[in-house]
Ligand binder design. Structure first.
Ligand code: HEM
Length: 405
């Protein structure tokens, strides 16, 4: 894939999914940051789009939601346009602009306050300890299946107070929401799963609405005026956001960290020698892995940006994965360093009014996981290639064979 990186700039297509698997995206974005930080791609499998690859430009665009929209009716938040038909049954506040967005966000934000995090920490730790202590000692296993998926699904079940013995369904639904393969080849099966999800949550919604308010997220939504009256489409969209936001991104961070420590084993030694580095290491994992490679906005008016004429309706792809490697902010950014001084400045959680509402929860889960691993001096060694999925929006890791010791 490196061969086409010497091509004329106007022929470069930064969205080719394989680039995020073979590592050539790093080379491409380094070139764009230097030669064309605001770049137009005329033709791609996702249609024409602008690429914004510098940190300060992304921040400036995300800071103007009145000009650059997240709304599903303009295409939504990823380079993959929301299908106009789906837009009617996948409404979520992540794909809304003010003022609707602000009202909805205010309702769920209390589920993520520091005091709520302290309340959840005990259950997260319990689940993490049980999971780590059950890992095979003498055999190879897949970290993604045995740790990343189980822990993040359990967390989501705790957050929503979803019936514990049915929690495996959350995983099936999450896959149905994001899988490009299902979107292309098995759209009906995918829709069946999504409707199954909607119907199960609808039952839970009815039950919670008849009980006293509880601190779980579902109850919080049921009893709020902003969400209490929402229709089926919005209900499904918000669930999809929470399931993907709360699950896939954190799951892929838990997997990405094993890849990172596998490539730079001395960083694991450094962390074990000084566990006070754990919170910083978590930020560095999220910077380095960058679970959402970009977010997308759509111009609501003709606008001049850094000397370029952006037209109303144009798609702007804000490449976090590039900003997180920007040389002026993160020197040697492709390296993973648990003591990187400004790791917390990463853009992986976005910026502005849509900045990830679950950021604290994601960090908490990773801190507990790393903390329990460090306590056990658990050395996890990759034994084969990391299986990354070619995807233009999410950094997905499907498998990492490992052994302990
Ligand atoms: C490492 C893990 C995570 C990453 C990298 C991540 C990334 C992001 C990003 C980039 C956005 C901004 C979207 C935009 O600007 O359009 C976002 C929003 C959001 N995230 Fe996360 N997320 C993570 C974990 C979580 C968790 C654990 C939850 C909840 C369970 C969550 C729930 C949400 C929600 C509800 C929004 C929408 C916020 C809004 O539109 O105001 N995320 N996330």
């Amino acid at each position: 894939m490196d061969s086409d990186l010497a091509e004329p700039l106007d022929l470069l297509d930064p969205s080719i999914p394989d680039r995020f698997v073979d590592g050539s995206a790093d080379t491409l974005f380094a070139r764009l940051r230097h030669e064309a930080p605001v770049h137009y791609c005329r033709e791609s499998r996702f249609g024409p789009f602008w690429s914004v690859s510098l940190y300060e430009d992304i921040v400036e665009i995300e800071g103007q939601p009145q000009l650059f929209s997240s709304d599903a009716k303009h295409g939504g938040i990823s380079i993959i346009d929301v299908d106009p038909e789906q837009a009617t049954y996948l409404e979520s506040f992540i794909m809304m602009d003010p003022p609707q967005h602000s009202q909805k966000r205010r309702t769920i934000a209390p589920a993520f306050t520091p005091s709520e995090m302290a309340r959840l920490a005990e259950s997260i730790r319990e689940r993490t300890v049980t999971c780590l202590d059950a890992l095979p000692r003498d055999a190879q296993f897949d970290w993604v299946q045995k740790v990343s998926i189980d822990l993040t699904i359990d967390m989501l079940a705790i957050l929503l107070d979803f019936p514990w013995d049915e929690r495996h369904k959350l995983r099936v639904w999450s896959d149905a929401i994001t899988s490009l393969e299902m979107m292309r080849n098995r759209p009906e099966e995918r829709m069946t799963k999504l409707f199954e999800m909607a119907s199960r949550f609808h039952e839970l919604w009815q039950q919670r609405s008849q009980s006293a308010p509880q601190p779980d997220l579902l109850s919080m939504m049921v009893h709020s005026p902003e969400f209490g009256e929402m229709g089926a489409a919005e209900f499904m969209g918000n669930l999809a956001t929470l399931i993907v936001g709360g699950n896939d991104t954190t799951r892929n961070s838990m997997s990405g960290m094993i890849d990172a420590f596998g490539r730079w084993p001395e960083q694991w030694e450094k962390l074990c020698a000084d566990p006070s580095l754990i919170p910083n290491a978590v930020s560095e994992i999220i910077r380095w892995q960058c679970p959402a490679l970009h977010m997308r906005r759509t111009a609501l008016e003709d606008v001049e940006f850094r000397g370029h004429r952006i037209r109303k309706g144009d798609k702007l792809v804000l490449w976090y994965v590039s900003a997180n490697r920007q040389e002026s902010l993160f020197p040697d950014g492709e390296r993973f360093m648990v003591d990187r001084p400004n790791a917390r400045r990463h853009l992986s959680f976005g910026y502005g009014i849509h900045r990830c509402v679950g950021a604290r929860l994601a960090e908490l889960q990773l801190q507990i996981l790393l903390g329990e691993m460090v306590k056990r001096k658990m050395r996890v060694t990759p034994t084969g290639p990391v299986e990354r999925e070619p995807h233009p929006f999410l950094a997905i890791i499907n498998a990492i064979p490992v052994k302990l010791g």
